[in-house]
Design a protein around this ligand. Structure first.
Ligand code: PMP
Length: 437
């Protein structure tokens, strides 16, 4: 495969953009190759700067639930663009979207919109802290909530109360206020919260730990978090930035039956347009500073921007009127089952993790129950396999353990092709490593 144009663009990009990319993982460093520069997308396919065509399982990292340039979304944004792109003033479009989301999710009385997932999670934390008057939060190892300072804290060296900064530039003060528990481990949460009684504003969790990748909540785990939060006057925040709208119109909260105090949404809500939201109970959201009672700051020039509103309304309309989730779950099952058979036929230990339209194959013995288990993934094999997939026209996430995304525009034929390519790629990779196949 000729990727000389991508290579030249990468060299050029590095002269004006740090590392040549605007978000670090896009550099494909975890896959050990130069980034592929993309030029065009259509349905479930993308073309790179050299004209190579790929089946796309990155899906813009989650937003493209319907696929590239879905005609109904394109029509809605073109129509809106010809009227106005952005006002910085309230619009009826925002009300329509807010009313729609409220109807879909009973936990939501009010929502405030913004542009990115990071802004949503960061603001949800500020709101939780403002409301409770407490400063500390608990998050989970392996969950990702964006690049807000409070989230760039990893577990410290055994101390119950002290995290460690995972990025230079994050202050020790922030580290002191962020604690890490283990996903699916209620005692680890109970220990932290009882040692910091009256100090924990919120527990924030991805209800499925898709960044770990795709570890499902054990039976009773989310219910247990709800009960702990109720017991300690702590708020429960579901980060539904991946799960929301992707798994069900009512979010994962509709599937698991656990009601959070606050939720955050982004990605699939607008099929690729910058749109995110913090949502939840009236008494909480009313603290945001446009109401008489409000005092917690949460602002933004692009919040509720007209193009994003039009995109979200059109996306939700398709999700409501076409059998999107049924298609996504069916193709997801096909992909996961197919990958499991390929690994079994080739006699290579593998865990195929995922839920609904998300999947990832890790090369390790099971079970995969917590982020710690991921260390058993054979990284060398994983990297070589993903490189081989790219060379053969299947684009998966350029991330260490990243889950991949199936879109509504993927067809059964796209799954068949991806499975054939996966089989060939894994066979070739194993042969090169001297594995008899
Ligand atoms: N929360 C979750 C669960 C995410 O996966 C991400 C991004 N992958 C974010 C928050 C941050 O969203 P954004 O990249 O839009 O800031």
């Amino acid at each position: 495969m000729n990727t000389s144009n991508s290579h030249a663009l990468f060299l050029r990009a590095q002269r004006s953009i740090p590392g040549g990319v605007n978000s670090p993982v896009r550099a494909f460093r975890s896959v050990g190759i130069d980034p592929i520069f993309l030029k065009r997308g259509e349905d479930a396919h993308v073309w790179d700067a050299d004209g190579n065509k790929y089946i796309d399982y990155v899906g813009s990292w989650g937003p493209l639930i319907l696929g590239h340039s879905h005609p109904k979304v394109v029509e809605a944004i073109q129509k809106q663009a010809s009227i106005a792109t952005s006002f910085g003033a309230p619009t009826e479009l925002e009300i329509e979207l807010a009313e729609l989301v409220k109807e879909l999710m009973p936990s939501i009385d009010l929502l405030r919109m913004t542009s990115s997932g990071t802004e949503a999670t960061m603001s949800a934390l500020r709101l939780a802290r403002g409301f409770t008057g407490r400063e500390k939060i608990i998050k989970f190892e392996g969950c990702y909530h964006g690049h807000g300072d409070s989230f760039l804290i990893k577990a410290g060296s055994g101390a119950l109360t002290l995290g460690a900064q995972s990025s230079p530039g994050v202050t020790q003060g922030t580290a002191k206020d962020t604690m890490n528990a283990n996903f699916n481990d209620l005692p680890s949460v109970e220990n932290l919260i009882s040692a910091n009684r009256g100090e924990i504003a919120a527990i924030i969790v991805e209800p499925i730990a898709h960044n770990s990748p795709s570890i499902l909540p054990a039976e009773g785990f989310l219910e247990g978090l709800r009960a702990i939060c109720d017991g300690y006057g702590t708020l429960l925040i579901f980060d539904e930035i991946i799960t929301g709208f992707r798994h069900a119109l009512g979010g994962y909260q509709a599937i698991c039956g656990v009601t959070p105090d606050l939720s955050t949404f982004a990605k699939a809500i607008a099929n690729g347009y910058p749109m995110a939201a913090v949502a939840g109970r009236r008494v909480l959201l009313e603290r945001l500073n446009t109401t008489a009672a409000g005092d917690v700051t949460f602002a933004g020039t692009y919040n509720g921007g007209a193009i994003s509103m039009a995109a979200a309304l059109a996306t939700i309309d398709v999700l409501e009127t076409e059998p999107v989730h049924e298609h996504l779950f069916r193709l997801g099952d096909r992909m996961r089952d197919g990958l499991r058979s390929i690994a079994a036929d080739l006699d290579v230990p593998a865990v195929v993790s995922g839920y609904g339209s998300l999947y990832v194959m890790l090369f390790m013995e099971g079970p995969l129950e917590s982020y710690d288990d991921v260390v058993r993934n054979d990284r060398e094999l994983f990297v070589a396999y993903r490189q081989e997939l790219v060379r053969r026209g299947v684009l998966e996430m350029p991330e260490n353990i990243g889950r991949n995304h199936i879109m509504f525009s993927h067809t059964d034929a796209d799954i068949d092709t991806a499975l054939e390519v996966s089989q060939a790629a894994l066979t070739a990779t194993l042969r090169r490593r001297g594995h008899r196949t």
